[in-house]
Ligand binder design. Structure first.
Ligand code: GUN
Length: 312
Protein backbone atom coordinates (compact mmCIF):
# COMPACT_ATOMS: atom_id res chain seq x y z
CA UNK A 1 0.00 0.00 0.00
CA UNK A 2 1.41 3.34 -0.95
CA UNK A 3 0.28 5.79 1.69
CA UNK A 4 2.65 8.60 0.93
CA UNK A 5 1.86 9.43 -2.67
CA UNK A 6 -1.21 11.58 -2.17
CA UNK A 7 -0.70 15.12 -1.05
CA UNK A 8 -3.65 16.92 0.39
CA UNK A 9 -4.45 20.39 -0.72
CA UNK A 10 -4.77 22.43 2.41
CA UNK A 11 -7.64 24.80 3.07
CA UNK A 12 -6.67 28.41 3.67
CA UNK A 13 -7.51 29.72 7.12
CA UNK A 14 -6.89 33.33 7.90
CA UNK A 15 -5.10 36.19 6.19
CA UNK A 16 -1.56 36.93 7.36
CA UNK A 17 0.00 40.36 7.64
CA UNK A 18 1.94 39.91 4.39
CA UNK A 19 -1.15 38.84 2.46
CA UNK A 20 -0.14 35.18 2.59
CA UNK A 21 -2.43 32.73 4.29
CA UNK A 22 -1.84 29.97 6.77
CA UNK A 23 -2.99 26.55 5.73
CA UNK A 24 -4.58 23.98 7.92
CA UNK A 25 -3.08 20.49 8.18
CA UNK A 26 -6.27 18.45 8.26
CA UNK A 27 -5.65 15.27 10.23
CA UNK A 28 -9.29 14.26 10.15
CA UNK A 29 -9.44 14.23 6.33
CA UNK A 30 -6.03 12.57 6.03
CA UNK A 31 -7.00 9.85 8.51
CA UNK A 32 -10.23 9.19 6.58
CA UNK A 33 -8.23 8.81 3.35
CA UNK A 34 -5.76 6.41 4.96
CA UNK A 35 -8.50 4.33 6.61
CA UNK A 36 -10.19 3.98 3.21
CA UNK A 37 -6.84 2.84 1.74
CA UNK A 38 -6.44 0.31 4.55
CA UNK A 39 -9.98 -1.03 4.04
CA UNK A 40 -9.33 -1.48 0.31
CA UNK A 41 -6.17 -3.42 1.10
CA UNK A 42 -7.96 -5.59 3.67
CA UNK A 43 -10.72 -6.47 1.23
CA UNK A 44 -8.06 -7.40 -1.36
CA UNK A 45 -6.37 -9.68 1.18
CA UNK A 46 -9.66 -11.32 2.20
CA UNK A 47 -10.80 -11.74 -1.43
CA UNK A 48 -7.51 -13.53 -2.13
CA UNK A 49 -8.24 -15.98 0.70
CA UNK A 50 -6.17 -14.25 3.35
CA UNK A 51 -7.04 -13.62 6.98
CA UNK A 52 -8.91 -10.51 8.13
CA UNK A 53 -6.60 -8.50 10.48
CA UNK A 54 -7.62 -8.83 14.13
CA UNK A 55 -6.74 -6.26 16.82
CA UNK A 56 -7.39 -6.86 20.52
CA UNK A 57 -7.42 -4.23 23.26
CA UNK A 58 -7.25 -4.70 27.02
CA UNK A 59 -8.92 -2.00 29.10
CA UNK A 60 -8.55 -2.10 32.88
CA UNK A 61 -10.85 0.12 34.95
CA UNK A 62 -13.18 2.95 33.96
CA UNK A 63 -11.01 5.99 33.20
CA UNK A 64 -13.21 8.26 31.04
CA UNK A 65 -10.47 9.24 28.62
CA UNK A 66 -9.31 5.63 28.16
CA UNK A 67 -12.88 4.44 27.54
CA UNK A 68 -13.27 7.03 24.79
CA UNK A 69 -9.90 6.15 23.19
CA UNK A 70 -10.61 2.42 23.23
CA UNK A 71 -14.12 2.86 21.81
CA UNK A 72 -12.64 5.01 19.03
CA UNK A 73 -10.09 2.28 18.32
CA UNK A 74 -12.84 -0.36 18.07
CA UNK A 75 -14.80 1.93 15.70
CA UNK A 76 -11.68 2.50 13.57
CA UNK A 77 -11.27 -1.29 13.28
CA UNK A 78 -14.80 -1.51 11.84
CA UNK A 79 -14.01 1.30 9.37
CA UNK A 80 -10.89 -0.54 8.22
CA UNK A 81 -12.59 -3.93 7.89
CA UNK A 82 -10.65 -5.44 10.83
CA UNK A 83 -11.94 -7.79 13.48
CA UNK A 84 -11.60 -6.37 16.98
CA UNK A 85 -11.83 -7.84 20.47
CA UNK A 86 -12.18 -5.65 23.54
CA UNK A 87 -11.28 -7.29 26.86
CA UNK A 88 -12.54 -5.30 29.85
CA UNK A 89 -11.49 -5.78 33.46
CA UNK A 90 -12.20 -4.05 36.75
CA UNK A 91 -9.53 -1.81 38.27
CA UNK A 92 -8.90 -4.25 41.13
CA UNK A 93 -7.47 -6.74 38.63
CA UNK A 94 -4.11 -8.06 39.86
CA UNK A 95 -0.89 -7.61 37.92
CA UNK A 96 -0.58 -11.39 37.76
CA UNK A 97 -4.03 -11.72 36.19
CA UNK A 98 -3.24 -9.01 33.62
CA UNK A 99 0.06 -10.70 32.73
CA UNK A 100 -1.89 -13.95 32.23
CA UNK A 101 -4.25 -12.16 29.79
CA UNK A 102 -1.25 -10.78 27.91
CA UNK A 103 0.22 -14.29 27.68
CA UNK A 104 -3.07 -15.60 26.27
CA UNK A 105 -3.13 -12.94 23.55
CA UNK A 106 0.54 -13.61 22.76
CA UNK A 107 -0.32 -17.27 22.19
CA UNK A 108 -3.57 -16.68 20.26
CA UNK A 109 -2.77 -17.22 16.57
CA UNK A 110 -5.90 -15.35 15.47
CA UNK A 111 -4.79 -12.10 17.18
CA UNK A 112 -2.39 -10.19 14.92
CA UNK A 113 -1.73 -7.35 17.33
CA UNK A 114 -2.96 -6.01 20.64
CA UNK A 115 -2.69 -3.08 22.99
CA UNK A 116 -3.02 -2.63 26.72
CA UNK A 117 -4.62 0.78 27.19
CA UNK A 118 -2.61 3.09 29.47
CA UNK A 119 -2.63 4.35 32.15
CA UNK A 120 -3.04 1.22 34.26
CA UNK A 121 -4.12 1.26 37.93
CA UNK A 122 -1.26 2.25 40.23
CA UNK A 123 -0.74 -1.21 41.69
CA UNK A 124 0.23 -2.58 38.26
CA UNK A 125 3.75 -2.09 36.89
CA UNK A 126 3.17 -0.65 33.42
CA UNK A 127 6.65 -1.36 32.13
CA UNK A 128 6.44 -4.98 33.22
CA UNK A 129 3.18 -5.35 31.27
CA UNK A 130 4.63 -3.66 28.17
CA UNK A 131 7.64 -5.96 28.24
CA UNK A 132 5.38 -9.02 28.57
CA UNK A 133 3.76 -8.26 25.19
CA UNK A 134 5.22 -10.26 22.29
CA UNK A 135 7.10 -7.53 20.37
CA UNK A 136 5.76 -9.03 17.11
CA UNK A 137 2.21 -8.15 18.26
CA UNK A 138 3.15 -4.82 19.92
CA UNK A 139 1.22 -2.55 17.54
CA UNK A 140 1.61 0.37 20.02
CA UNK A 141 5.37 0.19 19.44
CA UNK A 142 6.06 0.51 23.19
CA UNK A 143 8.14 -2.68 23.70
CA UNK A 144 11.88 -1.96 24.13
CA UNK A 145 12.67 -4.13 21.08
CA UNK A 146 10.47 -1.94 18.86
CA UNK A 147 11.71 1.27 20.50
CA UNK A 148 15.33 0.21 20.00
CA UNK A 149 14.88 -1.00 16.44
CA UNK A 150 13.10 2.24 15.49
CA UNK A 151 15.93 4.26 17.07
CA UNK A 152 18.54 2.60 14.85
CA UNK A 153 16.38 2.75 11.72
CA UNK A 154 15.34 -0.91 11.52
CA UNK A 155 11.79 -1.93 10.53
CA UNK A 156 9.65 -1.87 13.68
CA UNK A 157 6.26 -0.91 15.06
CA UNK A 158 6.44 2.82 15.68
CA UNK A 159 4.44 4.65 18.33
CA UNK A 160 1.28 5.88 16.61
CA UNK A 161 1.37 9.61 17.46
CA UNK A 162 4.89 10.36 16.14
CA UNK A 163 4.24 8.06 13.17
CA UNK A 164 1.05 10.01 12.40
CA UNK A 165 2.85 13.34 12.61
CA UNK A 166 5.52 12.14 10.19
CA UNK A 167 2.77 11.00 7.82
CA UNK A 168 1.06 14.43 8.01
CA UNK A 169 4.34 16.25 7.31
CA UNK A 170 4.93 13.96 4.32
CA UNK A 171 1.43 14.22 2.88
CA UNK A 172 1.35 18.01 3.27
CA UNK A 173 4.75 18.38 1.59
CA UNK A 174 6.43 20.00 4.61
CA UNK A 175 10.15 20.40 3.87
CA UNK A 176 12.10 18.81 6.74
CA UNK A 177 15.60 18.34 5.30
CA UNK A 178 18.05 20.64 7.07
CA UNK A 179 15.21 22.39 8.92
CA UNK A 180 15.35 23.22 12.59
CA UNK A 181 12.70 21.20 14.43
CA UNK A 182 11.96 21.93 18.08
CA UNK A 183 10.08 19.25 20.01
CA UNK A 184 8.44 20.29 23.26
CA UNK A 185 8.18 17.29 25.58
CA UNK A 186 10.30 14.19 26.17
CA UNK A 187 7.73 11.46 26.82
CA UNK A 188 8.44 7.86 25.81
CA UNK A 189 5.29 7.83 23.67
CA UNK A 190 5.72 11.11 21.75
CA UNK A 191 8.74 13.38 22.41
CA UNK A 192 11.55 10.83 22.40
CA UNK A 193 10.43 8.76 19.38
CA UNK A 194 9.49 11.95 17.52
CA UNK A 195 13.03 13.31 17.98
CA UNK A 196 14.53 10.10 16.60
CA UNK A 197 12.18 10.02 13.62
CA UNK A 198 12.80 13.67 12.72
CA UNK A 199 16.58 13.16 12.66
CA UNK A 200 16.50 9.88 10.73
CA UNK A 201 17.91 9.65 7.20
CA UNK A 202 15.35 10.83 4.67
CA UNK A 203 13.70 13.23 7.13
CA UNK A 204 16.99 14.95 7.98
CA UNK A 205 15.83 17.66 10.38
CA UNK A 206 18.11 19.24 12.97
CA UNK A 207 16.33 18.39 16.20
CA UNK A 208 16.19 20.10 19.58
CA UNK A 209 14.16 18.58 22.41
CA UNK A 210 12.93 20.97 25.12
CA UNK A 211 11.20 20.04 28.38
CA UNK A 212 10.11 21.48 31.70
CA UNK A 213 13.71 22.14 32.80
CA UNK A 214 14.93 23.72 29.55
CA UNK A 215 16.25 27.24 30.14
CA UNK A 216 16.29 28.37 26.50
CA UNK A 217 12.93 26.93 25.46
CA UNK A 218 11.45 30.18 24.16
CA UNK A 219 14.59 31.09 22.21
CA UNK A 220 14.75 27.60 20.71
CA UNK A 221 11.13 27.90 19.59
CA UNK A 222 11.68 31.33 18.06
CA UNK A 223 14.45 29.89 15.87
CA UNK A 224 12.42 26.82 14.81
CA UNK A 225 11.15 26.08 11.31
CA UNK A 226 8.94 23.32 12.75
CA UNK A 227 7.54 23.18 16.30
CA UNK A 228 6.02 19.95 17.60
CA UNK A 229 4.27 20.72 20.88
CA UNK A 230 3.70 17.69 23.12
CA UNK A 231 4.15 19.20 26.55
CA UNK A 232 0.62 18.73 27.91
CA UNK A 233 0.11 22.38 28.90
CA UNK A 234 -2.89 24.08 27.29
CA UNK A 235 -2.05 27.07 25.03
CA UNK A 236 1.62 26.90 26.10
CA UNK A 237 2.97 28.01 22.70
CA UNK A 238 2.19 31.69 22.27
CA UNK A 239 2.70 34.05 19.31
CA UNK A 240 5.94 35.50 20.73
CA UNK A 241 7.50 32.01 20.54
CA UNK A 242 6.85 31.48 16.83
CA UNK A 243 8.92 32.56 13.83
CA UNK A 244 6.74 33.84 10.96
CA UNK A 245 6.28 31.04 8.43
CA UNK A 246 6.93 28.21 10.90
CA UNK A 247 5.05 24.90 10.69
CA UNK A 248 3.19 24.13 13.93
CA UNK A 249 2.16 20.64 15.03
CA UNK A 250 -0.02 20.50 18.14
CA UNK A 251 -0.19 17.19 20.04
CA UNK A 252 -1.96 18.60 23.12
CA UNK A 253 -5.48 17.48 24.05
CA UNK A 254 -6.32 18.86 27.47
CA UNK A 255 -9.96 19.11 28.52
CA UNK A 256 -10.55 22.70 29.68
CA UNK A 257 -13.76 24.09 31.15
CA UNK A 258 -15.93 25.86 28.57
CA UNK A 259 -19.37 27.08 29.64
CA UNK A 260 -20.33 27.78 26.00
CA UNK A 261 -20.31 24.03 25.25
CA UNK A 262 -23.21 21.81 26.25
CA UNK A 263 -20.83 19.25 27.79
CA UNK A 264 -19.04 22.01 29.75
CA UNK A 265 -15.56 21.46 28.30
CA UNK A 266 -13.56 21.58 25.09
CA UNK A 267 -10.27 20.13 23.95
CA UNK A 268 -7.40 22.63 24.10
CA UNK A 269 -4.10 22.02 22.38
CA UNK A 270 -0.63 22.99 23.59
CA UNK A 271 -0.71 25.90 21.12
CA UNK A 272 -2.65 29.16 21.43
CA UNK A 273 -4.20 28.55 18.01
CA UNK A 274 -5.94 31.91 17.55
CA UNK A 275 -2.74 33.87 18.20
CA UNK A 276 -0.28 31.52 16.49
CA UNK A 277 -2.20 30.52 13.33
CA UNK A 278 -1.83 33.93 11.62
CA UNK A 279 1.97 33.63 11.96
CA UNK A 280 2.33 30.01 10.87
CA UNK A 281 2.62 28.75 7.29
CA UNK A 282 0.92 25.47 8.22
CA UNK A 283 -0.72 24.39 11.47
CA UNK A 284 -2.70 21.46 12.90
CA UNK A 285 -5.98 22.27 14.66
CA UNK A 286 -7.19 20.70 17.93
CA UNK A 287 -9.36 18.73 17.56
CA UNK A 288 -9.00 17.34 14.02
CA UNK A 289 -5.21 17.51 13.66
CA UNK A 290 -2.85 14.97 15.19
CA UNK A 291 -5.55 13.09 17.18
CA UNK A 292 -7.34 11.32 14.31
CA UNK A 293 -3.96 10.32 12.83
CA UNK A 294 -2.92 8.49 16.00
CA UNK A 295 -5.70 5.89 15.81
CA UNK A 296 -5.25 5.63 12.07
CA UNK A 297 -1.55 4.75 12.53
CA UNK A 298 -2.54 2.05 15.04
CA UNK A 299 -4.65 0.59 12.23
CA UNK A 300 -1.66 0.78 9.86
CA UNK A 301 0.49 -1.01 12.44
CA UNK A 302 -2.16 -3.71 12.82
CA UNK A 303 -2.27 -4.27 9.07
CA UNK A 304 1.54 -4.49 9.07
CA UNK A 305 1.36 -7.04 11.91
CA UNK A 306 -1.19 -9.14 10.02
CA UNK A 307 1.06 -9.09 6.95
CA UNK A 308 4.18 -9.89 9.03
CA UNK A 309 5.83 -6.84 7.46
CA UNK A 310 8.44 -6.36 10.17
CA UNK A 311 8.76 -9.81 11.77
CA UNK A 312 8.10 -13.40 10.64
N1 GUN B 1 -2.88 5.91 26.45
C1 GUN B 1 -2.73 7.10 25.82
N2 GUN B 1 -2.25 6.92 24.57
C2 GUN B 1 -2.10 5.58 24.42
C3 GUN B 1 -1.65 4.78 23.33
O1 GUN B 1 -1.26 5.26 22.26
N3 GUN B 1 -1.65 3.44 23.55
C4 GUN B 1 -2.03 2.89 24.74
N4 GUN B 1 -1.97 1.56 24.86
N5 GUN B 1 -2.45 3.61 25.76
C5 GUN B 1 -2.49 4.95 25.59
Amino acid sequence: MNTSSQNHSAPSLTGRAGGESVSLIDGKATAATIKAEIKEEVERIVAAGGKRPHLAAILVGHDGGSETYVNNKVRACEECGFRSTLLRFEDDMTEEALLAEVAKLNADADIDGFIVQLPLPRHIDEQKVIEAIDYRKDVDGFHPINVGRMAIGLPAFISATPKGILELLRRYGVETSGKKCVILGRSNIVGKPMSQLMMQKGVDATVTVCHSRSKTLKDECRAADIIIAAIGQPAFVTADMVKPGAVIIDVGTTRVADATRARGWRLQGDVDFQAVAPLASQITPVPGGVGPMTICMLMQNTLAAARHEYYD
